[in-house]
Design a binder for this molecule. Structure first.
Ligand code: IPE
Ligand code: IPE
Ligand code: MG
Length: 274
């Protein structure tokens, strides 16, 4: 590691994510898992439904707020681990359109935690060449949070290493309806509407569909997440509650993903001529 003697340099060193080297302890259970990962077949895009903060808190007799706070630690770890692994797109479902149904205090807490996360992590995103992108209805996001999101998106727009996509005030159905409205406004002829052109009207325009979708806390549902984009995504549901989710669980999900045979409706590799 580079030795930096000046204070700003020290700050840079502190924030830099390198590769997995030095991040994973030799001989640790994490290292054993990492050795099983085929780095030539990593999922390009991983999407995560971060669920279970409330249950995690309940199990510990804590408030739901404490659960959400603990969840932000998992966010930091998963962002870092994903970037170090070489994942190109990481989408995190942080607030659904339907989450407004929760008590006002909880909703406020969630937006406050996001604001604090941004203030604390924007340097990390900048230093590590990570690009922030928001999907969802931004207009409904409380103004101070929206302003900060816009600013971080602007500052990181040319970053290349990994895109961190936050799904905020997001709903899959609403995203599809908005896209339909835009297509209709363009007065496209019905024959001009196809999958490729339609995808360009979604919030995820230009982003490849997720290869792997992880949901924590065991619920077997999609909760209005990326409905269009997950047509052929591999689903991985783990009982681990989001605040307990660590890089080791991400490695497990990737290993499981690599064992799957993705057929996309065909017969699978090398089986077409049988
Ligand atoms: C996920 O945890 C966080 C958000 C939905 C914002 P939950 O708050 O849904 O936790 P559970 O499902 O009640 O355990
Ligand atoms: C999905 O979790 C939304 C997020 C993780 C942001 P929910 O906890 O809101 O989903 P349901 O209500 O259990 O389906
Ligand atoms: Mg939940």
């Amino acid at each position: 590691m580079q030795v930096l003697t000046i204070w700003p340099g020290l700050l840079i060193m502190f924030f830099m994510f390198d590769t997995l080297e030095g991040y994973i302890k030799p001989g640790s259970p994490e290292e054993k898992l990492v050795q099983q990962i085929d780095f030539s077949r990593l999922p390009v895009h991983v999407a995560i439904i971060m669920d279970g903060n409330g249950r995690w808190a309940h199990q510990r007799n804590l408030s739901r707020t404490e659960g959400h706070k603990a969840g932000t630690e998992s966010v930091k770890e998963v962002v870092e681990a994903s970037a170090r692994l070489g994942i190109k797109y990481l989408t995190l479902y942080a607030f659904s359109r339907e989450n407004w149904k929760r008590p006002k205090e909880e909703v406020n807490t969630l937006w406050k935690l996001l604001y604090d996360y941004l203030m604390e992590q924007k340097q990390v995103l900048l230093q590590n060449d990570l690009k922030l992108k928001v999907i969802g209805d931004k207009k409904g996001i409380p103004y101070p949070v929206r302003r900060e999101l816009n600013s971080v998106e602007r500052q990181t727009r040319n970053n290349q290493r990994m895109t961190l996509i936050l799904a905020l005030n997001y709903g899959g159905r609403q995203e599809i309806l908005e896209a339909i409205k835009k297509v209709l406004k363009r007065k496209s002829k019905p024959d001009e509407v196809n999958e490729q052109m339609f995808s360009r009207y979604l919030d995820t325009a230009g982003i490849p569909d997720p290869d792997l979708m992880v949901r924590t806390s065991g619920e077997m549902r999609l909760s209005n997440f990326l409905l269009w984009q997950i047509a052929y995504t591999e689903l991985y549901i783990t009982p681990i509650l989001w605040p307990d989710f660590r890089r080791i669980h991400l490695f497990e999900a990737i290993i499981e993903y690599q064992k799957r045979e993705r057929r996309f409706g065909g017969l699978g590799e090398g089986k077409n001529d049988r």
